[in-house]
Write a protein that binds this ligand. Structure first.
Ligand code: SAM
Ligand code: SF4
Length: 327
């Protein structure tokens, strides 16, 4: 069974945020202090997550990305990953991590057969890393990167780029692709930081590419995979590739195949909506799986056309942090 939404787009990809907690404080994602993390009973427990993913797999979800907050601050994450990997119909299991606690777990991720890891890394400079994440953890992240490559795990680096903050890191990050088989993807900043977008710092995907092209004239557009959120490029003589994600410009909505579930079980059928239903409450009150699937089907077939429509339909302006949504 493959569900299509009301715009004819197949829905086959779930991004599941397993916690709102994090061991970094990236300034574009959350404030330094005063964060009220959710009490544990508010979060979906592992059993609820596995039941939900199993039902969604029966409806055509075949790819799951675990995200957060930082997934590895949630206790016993490997056991959740194993359970999700074993769900019939789940063909790809990916994870997005900041890499601080991940290095020691890389061999387990390899044996589990994780499909790929997205590692967030905005700079290779220790001081700037400290400034941007408010923690001194660059070395731990680099150890994770080395471990992923040594274990042959498909790896992408995600870097949020902002003018005057880390635009000087674009070229050093691009340089990583010379000898490493990784994809380095630059992401436009979105307003999910608790206080709205800092327009002065915003860099569009086109200006990021222009900057790379200036230094690497051989930058060549690659054919993008279907449903790709990134525009991808190669550079002559580089093992890896480059990508840009127009996360704020929202140029990829036409082929969007993804839904999101937040740590409290709110279903989002677009990153920019403010939640279309609460699955946690349904899982807790409803024993009949068929009824849950019918409600999910209703949500999947009433999606906004794109991120602009979803934002316009919100009951309030964007104030949430990415850590409560699952980036
Ligand atoms: N903690 C993990 C990590 O950082 O990889 C997973 C969760 S994090 C919210 C997922 C992704 O969202 C990261 O790649 C991060 O850079 C990105 N992100 C967070 N806030 C963002 C924002 N305001 N604009 C664009 N991307 C953002
Ligand atoms: Fe934590 Fe990831 Fe947000 Fe950074 S981007 S504060 S690592 S959840």
């Amino acid at each position: 069974m493959q569900i299509k939404d009301n715009h004819g787009r197949p829905i086959n990809y779930l991004r599941l945020a397993v916690t709102d907690r994090c061991n970094l404080r990236c300034f574009y994602c959350m404030p330094e202090e005063g964060i009220n993390f959710l009490p544990k009973p508010h979060l979906l427990n592992f059993e609820e997550m596995v039941r939900m993913v199993s039902l969604m797999a029966e409806m055509g979800i075949s790819k799951v990305r675990i995200t957060g907050g930082e997934p590895f601050v949630r206790k016993d994450m490997m056991s959740l990953l194993k359970s999700i990997k074993n769900i019939k119909g789940i063909e790809q299991l990916n994870i997005t991590t900041n890499g601080v606690l991940t290095a020691a777990l890389v061999p387990d991720l390899k044996s589990l057969g994780i499909s790929s890891v997205n590692l967030s890394l905005d700079t290779l400079d220790r001081d700037r890393f400290k400034e941007m994440t408010r923690r001194d953890e660059l070395q731990a992240v680099l150890n994770t990167l080395d471990g992923l490559l040594e274990n042959g795990i498909k790896t992408k680096i995600n870097a949020v780029v902002m003018a005057g903050k880390n635009d000087q890191d674009i070229l050093p990050l691009v340089h990583l692709t010379k000898d490493k088989p990784i994809s380095v993807r630059f992401i436009e900043e979105m307003p999910f930081n608790g206080s709205g977008i800092n327009k002065e710092a915003f860099m569009s995907h086109t200006s990021i590419i222009a900057k790379i092209k200036e230094a690497y004239p051989s930058l060549t557009k690659l054919e993008d995979e279907p449903n790709s959120t990134s525009y991808n490029y190669s550079i002559n003589g580089h093992q890896g590739s480059i990508g840009v994600i127009a996360a704020f410009s929202r140029t990829f909505c036409g082929s969007c195949n993804r839904i999101r579930v937040t740590p409290t079980g709110t279903l989002k059928t677009c990153l920019y909506d403010d939640g279309v239903m609460n699955i946690r409450d349904l899982l807790r009150s409803e024993k009949n799986d068929q009824i849950i699937k019918e409600k999910l089907l209703h949500a999947f077939t009433h999606r906004a056309k794109d991120g602009f429509e979803a934002e316009a339909n919100r009951s309030a302006e964007v104030t949430e942090s990415m850590t409560t949504i699952g980036g």
